[in-house]
Design a protein around this ligand. Sequence first.
Ligand code: BJ8
Length: 383
Amino acid sequence: MRLLKNLPEIFDSFSEARKNGFISAKELKDKNIPLVGTFCTYMPQEIAMAAGAVVVSLCSTSDETIGEAERDLPRNLCPLIKSSYGFAKTDKCPYFYFSDIIVGETTCDGKKKMYEYLGEFKPVHVMQLPNCQKGEKSFELWKSEIVRLKEKLEEFFEVKISEDKIKEAIILKNMERQGLKDFYSLGKLNPPALSGTDILKVVYGATFKFDKEQCIEEVRSITEKVKREYEEGKRLDSKPRILITGCPIGGATEKVVKAIEDNGAYVVAFENCTVSKANDLLVDENKDVFDALAEKYLSIGCSCMSPNPNRLESIGRIIEEYKIDGVVDVILQACHTYAVETLSIKRFTNDKFNIPYMAIETDYSQSDIAQLNTRMTAFIEML
Ligand code: BJ8
C-alpha cells in the first residue's frame, strides 16, 4: 500500500479513528457484525474474533461524564472507572451503545464492582482472573475461564467457535501486534524518528480501526515511510529519552506526554496497556489454542497481580533497549495497585539502572496542566 499523505496527516488520521466511532460502529451493526465491548487488556480478543465479532475497548478517557457517574459512585474512585460507568449510564459512548455484550475481568476492585452495575445496561460476562501469574492453579483457572468465555459467546451469538477459527484469529491478531510492535519499536532510534505523541496517536488510534487487515497494512506502510525518511536524514533533535509506565494512557491523559515533550524531552517508549503491555508478547501459534491464549494473557504485567515481576522485567528490558534516561510513572487518582507499586518501580529504576524516576498522579481534568509542566521541567533538567 502506498501512502500519499505526509506523516503528520497520517498520524492525525489515526487519532480521528476514535472520533469517528459512531459511524464505524453503526456500519458494523448495519452489516450485522456483533460487537463485544471490553475494559481490559486481559480480555482474550481472539475468542470473540473467532465468533465473528469485532472487539472494542470501552475504557473511557474523558471527564465528560464523571459528574454523572459521581451521582452513583464514590468520588474517590479511579477516573477510568467513573468515566466508563458515566458513558454507559448516559448512553453517550457509541461503542457501548452498539456493544451486544460486555466482557470484564476481576482485575482491580473498582472495576470488578463496576461490572455489577453495568449489568443494568447491557449483558455482562465477567471472567475470574487469578491474582498471581505463577503456578499451575492460576494457569488452570485462567485457561478454564477462557473456555467458559468461548462457551458463553457461542450461546450468546448462537455460533460455533471452532479451534480452527481461534487459530485463525490468533494468527491475525499476532500480525496486528507485530505490525504495531515494529512501529512503536521505532522509538529505539536515537536521535528519535518521531515523538511519543505521534507513537500514541497511531497505536491508540489503531484500536478503533475495525478492519484489521487494512489497519495492519496501514501501520506497516507508516513504519516503512518513517524508516525511509529517517535514513534520508529526517530526524528529531537529541533530547532526554523518557519511558512512560503505569496506568493506561490516552485521551485526557495525553496531557502528560505533552508536558514532557513541551518541556525538553521525548517519550520514546510506553510500558502500559495502551502500547507494550497489549502487544509485546505474541500468542504461541504452535500450541493448543487455549494453552497458548492462557499463557499470553496471564503474563501481562498488570499491578493487580501479586507479585508482579513481569512488569519489572518489561521495564528493565525497555530501559536497556530504548536507552532510557528517565522513567515517568503515570498513576490515575485512586488507583491503589499502581500507586502502591510506585515504590518498587522507583527502587528498581534507581538502584538497578541508576536513572531518575518520577511518579505523577493525575485524573481526566485539565486543571493540573500548569503543575505538570512545572514538575516535568524540573525532572527533565535533572537528566
Ligand atoms: S491489564 S492496567 S487495562 S486492569 S487505572 S481501572 S487498575 S484503578 S486499567 Fe488496567 Fe487491565 Fe491492568 Fe491494563 Fe483499576 Fe487502576 Fe483504574 Fe485501571
